[in-house]
Design a binder for this molecule. Structure first.
Ligand SMILES: NC(=O)C1=CN([C@@H]2O[C@H](COP(=O)(O)OP(=O)(O)OC[C@H]3O[C@@H](n4cnc5c(N)ncnc54)[C@H](OP(=O)(O)O)[C@@H]3O)[C@@H](O)[C@H]2O)C=CC1
Ligand SMILES: O=C(O)C1=N[C@H](C(=O)O)C[C@H](O)C1
Length: 254
């Protein structure tokens, strides 16, 4: 490493936050401002315009699924690395981001469906358990101001479980339901039933319920406070510039 690179590593990482007045964005601003090795240089919300973000080395995005792609396109074009918690990333969207990054080899983007360390472990445990159980259903529970359903975490968990079941040669979960009220059996994500609950008092919670002959296994995670996401967000902010290209999830950083 050259002296100049060494110096850059010692300097605080300049951080911008998109969605800064939102529930997550406000918490991220507080966490960044309190971290000695990070400097909060831009707080941006709806209507502020993205150009303020050009002062940043890394921008954190907690906005909405309908604006996050435009934000990412702009950041990558400017050569700014990004940490993204916003939901709504389909495989098609991820492929688009990979395409943009191909033209910007020095830029890193990390997109995580959930920055809670416990939630990451819950998803890993669920993926590991999946091959041993005939049945599986996911129940996610969130605060009622959440815009999307099912949650990004539940969708990601369902995909991991579906992949593990396919790898193990398991067929569909047994279900003899003949007629149903629309929605009673939840949403079908890659063959896994996902039930979304919304209630005042909740923050972010998920249960993965597995069943087989004579036993069930429930894997549950609860975020009672948005502080639970901050260690993961800060870890990603510190790491993302050292991981050019697209990183999905926090798993490779743990
Ligand atoms: N990965 C993870 O660990 C987590 C992910 N999330 C996800 O993060 C996202 C945000 O959640 P949450 O903070 O609860 O939502 P909020 O609605 O509280 O915050 C979103 C903020 O983004 C603002 N915004 C909208 N458009 C723009 C824009 N173009 N530029 C800048 N800011 C904009 C909104 O402004 P306005 O209100 O005026 O529209 C609002 O202040 C959701 O997708 C959620 O699912 C949430 C928690 C954890
Ligand atoms: O909107 C939220 O609150 C959350 N969103 C993410 C999701 O959709 O999975 C992460 C966490 O569940 C909180």
């Amino acid at each position: 490493m050259t002296d100049v690179q060494e110096k850059r590593r010692d300097e605080p990482v300049r951080v911008g936050v998109l969605g800064a007045r939102g529930r997550m964005g406000a918490e991220v601003c507080k966490a960044v401002a309190a971290a000695g090795d990070l400097e909060l240089v831009a707080t941006i919300d709806q209507g502020d315009g993205l150009t303020i973000a050009s002062a940043a080395d890394v921008v954190v995005d907690f906005t909405t699924p309908d604006v996050v792609m435009d934000n990412l396109r702009w950041l990558i074009d400017q050569g700014i690395s990004a940490v993204v918690g916003t939901t709504g990333f389909t495989e098609q969207r991820l492929e688009q981001v990979r395409g943009w990054l191909a033209d910007r080899p020095g830029v890193g983007v990390l997109i995580a469906p959930n920055f809670g360390i416990g939630a990451v472990l819950m998803m890993q445990f669920a993926a590991r358990a999946a091959r041993h159980f005939e049945s599986v259903e996911i129940i996610e529970q969130h605060h009622p101001r959440k815009l999307d359903a099912p949650s990004g975490t539940a969708t990601h968990t369902a995909r991991l479980i579906a992949q593990a079941r396919a790898d193990a040669g398991l067929g569909p979960s047994p279900d003899a339901t003949a007629s149903e009220v629309r929605g009673a059996r939840g949403a079908d994500i890659d063959g896994v039933r996902v039930h979304a609950v919304r209630a005042t008092g909740l923050v972010a919670h998920q249960e993965v319920l597995f069943g087989t002959a004579g036993e069930t296994l429930t894997i549950r995670h609860d975020s009672y406070d948005r502080a639970s996401f901050m260690p993961g967000v800060l870890l990603a902010v510190r790491e993302v510039r050292h991981r050019p290209g697209l990183t999905i999830g926090l798993d490779p950083l743990l």
